[in-house]
Design a protein around this ligand. Structure first.
Ligand SMILES: Cc1cn([C@H]2C[C@H](O)[C@@H](COP(=O)(O)OP(=O)(O)OP(=O)(O)O)O2)c(=O)[nH]c1=O
Length: 185
């Protein structure tokens, strides 16, 4: 059986794979996350996921490697992780009272073979007050998360509705990933 590697430093992705009892190792890719703004959001997420997986695959040719990338899209704007408090405030004000999409791209790489796919989930936020946003940002929770919130933590309180895969919003479309993984073993 080939070793399985998660090419991600996201604690959420690790927890999700542990939840379904997979045995794997974590090796974090060191690529700088840049993308061509002419690509559509789904392509951006899959391309970043592939770059992360391929980076780790270079030194692990005999393993099966999972890379993933999660972005938030609102009104055609792609939101990644906020650079600072101001950007987090801007993002949360934009998402307040609106519906956005969370896209998680996944790449599975092994030797010369790879597959990429994505999951797209619609998330509707309640109207947020300035105080709620300020309090939330002060907690530090938004700073390492795409779109500046975590649905699995206090950010859950902002969510009015979700259509699609909850786990993909957290960072990895879990069931789809495991289904795709099967063909690599
Ligand atoms: C929308 C949303 C995102 N996120 C997280 C998932 C990802 O960890 C992060 C998006 O950043 P990513 O660049 O996808 O991942 P990462 O930098 O955390 O880890 P790596 O590149 O090493 O794989 O946002 C949540 O935890 N909850 C949410 O509700």
């Amino acid at each position: 059986m080939k070793p399985l590697i998660l090419a991600s430093g996201s604690p959420r992705r690790k927890e999700l794979l542990q939840q379904v009892k997979l045995s794997f190792e974590v090796k974090v890719s060191t690529i700088e996350e840049t993308f061509d703004p002419k690509m559509n959001p789904e392509e951006i997420a899959m391309n970043l996921a592939l770059q992360k997986a391929e980076d780790v695959a270079r030194d692990n040719r005999e393993s099966v490697i999972i890379g993933a990338d999660t972005i938030v899209v609102h009104d055609g704007l792609v939101l990644g992780k906020p650079k600072d408090v101001d950007e987090a405030t801007y993002m949360l004000k934009m998402l307040s009272g609106n519906t956005h999409y969370v896209i998680s791209g996944v790449a599975i790489v092994s030797g010369d073979r790879h597959v990429t796919f994505f999951e797209k989930t619609a998330v509707t936020f309640w109207e947020l007050t300035d105080e709620e946003i300020e309090y939330y940002i002060k907690s530090g929770e938004p700073m390492d998360k795409a779109g500046s919130y975590g649905i699995q933590e206090v950010g859950a309180l902002f969510v009015k509705e979700i259509h699609g895969d909850y786990f993909s919003v957290v960072g990895l479309p879990l069931s789809k990933t495991v289904r795709e993984l099967k063909s690599f073993f």
